[in-house]
Design a protein around this ligand. Structure first.
Ligand code: HEM
Length: 173
């Protein structure tokens, strides 16, 4: 059961981080090249990127749920770490675990802001603008914030992997 939990933990991290990097480094840059020139008809179906991003959003939240659930299962069953031990000064493993969980909380909060609050709000304003409404002055700042939250989040998830390896395998020096 422990091995299965570690497998699901690692597979979820791979799918989440791999998918996020594919979106940021491959899909979005390539799709930007197909953005229609002013006055030209769109080459790709409208909202194609949005559809893909929304589909990946479901996958990434499933991965987050699996990471948290398996992590919380492994801690007491394999390492004997419960609520009391987690909040103690319990040596290297617990100290690094505390850093890891703090980073996980930040990443989940940023993901929620990006996926459920700021991102959808920016999308609604863009759709209204495309329908002819006057865009508010803060729209470009909002769009930049959405992009930067996503970038910072990917970097933080990679940092979580570094912290996780340090937790189980110690520091290199
Ligand atoms: C509350 C959330 C989490 C908890 C409680 C948790 C807990 C753990 C534990 C106990 C292990 C050790 C497994 C073992 O016995 O080998 C582990 C390993 C690992 N975790 Fe997490 N984890 C959480 C979230 C995450 C997230 C969000 C990521 C990635 C973004 C992640 C990536 C990893 C990786 C890559 C390892 C393997 C490290 C190694 O084998 O050297 N974890 N985690």
């Amino acid at each position: 059961m422990y091995q299965a939990a570690v497998f699901i933990h690692l597979a979820s991290a791979i799918i989440w981080i791999g998918g996020s990097l594919f979106l940021a480094l491959v899909l979005i840059p390539v799709m930007r090249r197909f953005a229609p020139a002013p006055g030209q008809p769109p080459v790709l179906p409208p909202d194609m990127l949005g559809m893909m991003a929304r589909r990946f959003r479901v996958i990434s939240w499933i991965c987050i749920a699996l990471l948290v659930a398996t992590g919380l299962y492994i801690l007491p069953t394999r390492y004997g770490i419960g609520f009391a031990e987690f909040f103690s000064l319990g040596g290297h493993f617990v100290a690094v675990l505390q850093v890891k969980v703090a980073l996980v909380v930040v990443v989940i909060w940023l993901s929620a802001m990006h996926d459920f609050i700021i991102g959808p709000h920016a999308n609604r304003l863009i759709e209204a603008m495309q329908a002819g409404a006057e865009p508010p002055g803060y729209l470009s700042a909002l769009r930049r914030a959405v992009v930067w939250i996503a970038r910072v989040n990917v970097l933080l998830t990679i940092l979580i992997v570094v912290v996780a390896v340090t937790m189980t395998r110690g520091t290199p020096v």
